[in-house]
Design a protein around this ligand. Structure first.
Ligand SMILES: NC(=O)c1ccc[n+]([C@@H]2O[C@H](COP(=O)([O-])OP(=O)(O)OC[C@H]3O[C@@H](n4cnc5c(N)ncnc54)[C@H](OP(=O)(O)O)[C@@H]3O)[C@@H](O)[C@H]2O)c1
Length: 328
């Protein structure tokens, strides 16, 4: 069995990291050694664990042949950089599919049932939402279009089908019309059917800006949009206008356009260039579905990394290799 040395480039002082790395070490085969922290003096790792490596980190070890990105998604600079290192395979984790899908569904239900505005009123002890027909959209027997029928999209589908919704999936590579799965070229024909548009797409050169004014206008009046993939897949100005005009019933948005760049801006960074926060028909979530730091989900992350390292040591295919050209 080949010996595999993996190095995790991460600050060992991060809260709880020591405990997690101990757990990870307990999960891997004897043939796997894991180090962590800054770049080791003697760099001989075969596997690097990091989402945004530098050329120096990639070149420090002549043995390096695999990069594990310890989350879902391929940052654009990493995609660009890794094209120069074709000998290093890049792998994504999909360990947080369940919490991300749960968040997508939670945003859908909260939006459809107007949970946030009625909660806000009721905190003032105002029962108006009970006695007057507060806006509410019934999902039963409606149609949901899941744009990005991958790990997250496929997880959400059976829940919606359980509500007697028709679920249409859209993928990039393969259609399967007998199961209502279509490719992206069918989108203009599918959007007018979608009472609910659930977006679970990666950000790639093909998907950024995919949903703009034209696409939102194709949705039926009163549709709901949910995005748990990446913000820039939906044009922010078009989304804002479609919400403000009332063409959309509402939206549940988890992924955004602007992110805090440092610790100091954590508590004062608007997530978009338009004032979504002024609208009542949007539920806003600060990109927390991946649930980083949640002990149960961090263990799932460690289990996934252990599976990848064990597969490498056993000479088996390592899951979820990224296609750098496609961008996911
Ligand atoms: N909110 C969060 O905290 C959070 C957490 C995890 C992930 N995410 C985001 O969600 C994304 C999806 O995650 P996942 O685990 O479901 O990924 P995945 O399993 O790789 O699925 C991606 C899906 O998108 C489809 N797709 C890609 N490009 C497309 C295009 N141009 N047109 C139509 N369909 C396209 C793929 O089609 P094929 O099936 O044909 O390949 C696949 O079905 C991640 O990349 C990440 O950006 C967000």
């Amino acid at each position: 069995m080949p010996q595999i040395k993996a190095h995790w480039l991460r600050d060992p002082m991060d809260t709880g990291f020591e405990r997690l790395i101990t757990y990870l070490q307990s999960r891997v085969d004897d043939a796997v050694t894991i180090t962590y922290g800054d770049m080791p003096q003697d760099a001989s790792y075969h596997v690097l664990i990091n989402g945004r490596p530098t050329p120096e980190q990639l070149e420090a070890s002549p043995n390096l042949r695999m990069l594990i990105i310890p989350f879902a998604g391929l940052p654009a600079p990493t995609r660009e950089l890794m094209q120069d290192y074709p000998q290093i395979s890049v792998h994504n984790l999909h360990h947080n599919t369940p919490p991300t899908a749960e968040m997508g569904l939670a945003l859908l239900f909260a939006t459809a049932s107007s949970i946030v505005p009625s909660d806000r009123e009721f905190r003032k002890h105002d029962w108006v939402a009970r006695n007057e027909p507060y806006p509410l959209t019934l999902l039963y027997r409606k149609t949901a279009l899941i744009l990005g029928y991958g790990s997250i999209g496929r997880y959400m589908a059976p829940v919606l089908r359980g509500m007697e919704m028709r679920v249409i999936g859209v993928r990039r590579r393969e259609a399967d019309p007998t199961h209502d799965i279509y490719t992206i070229d069918q989108l203009p024909d599918l959007l007018p059917l979608a009472d609910v548009l659930m977006v679970a797409l990666p950000a790639t050169p093909e998907t950024i800006g995919l949903i703009g004014e034209t696409e939102l206008a194709l949705l039926p009046a009163g549709a709901i949009v949910v995005n748990v993939g990446r913000g820039p897949v939906i044009d922010q100005y078009a989304l804002y206008n479609a919400l403000k005009s009332g063409h959309l019933y509402g939206a549940g948005i988890e992924v955004w356009y602007n992110y805090p760049q440092d610790e100091a801006s954590q508590s004062n960074t608007p997530p978009a260039d338009v004032p979504f926060h002024e609208l009542d028909n949007i539920v806003m979530s600060p990109h927390r579905a991946g649930a980083a730091g949640n002990p149960e989900i961090e263990r799932m992350r460690m289990d996934a990394i252990a599976d990848y390292l064990n597969a490498a040591a056993r000479g088996e295919p390592v899951p979820h290799q990224v296609d750098l050209k496609a961008g996911y």
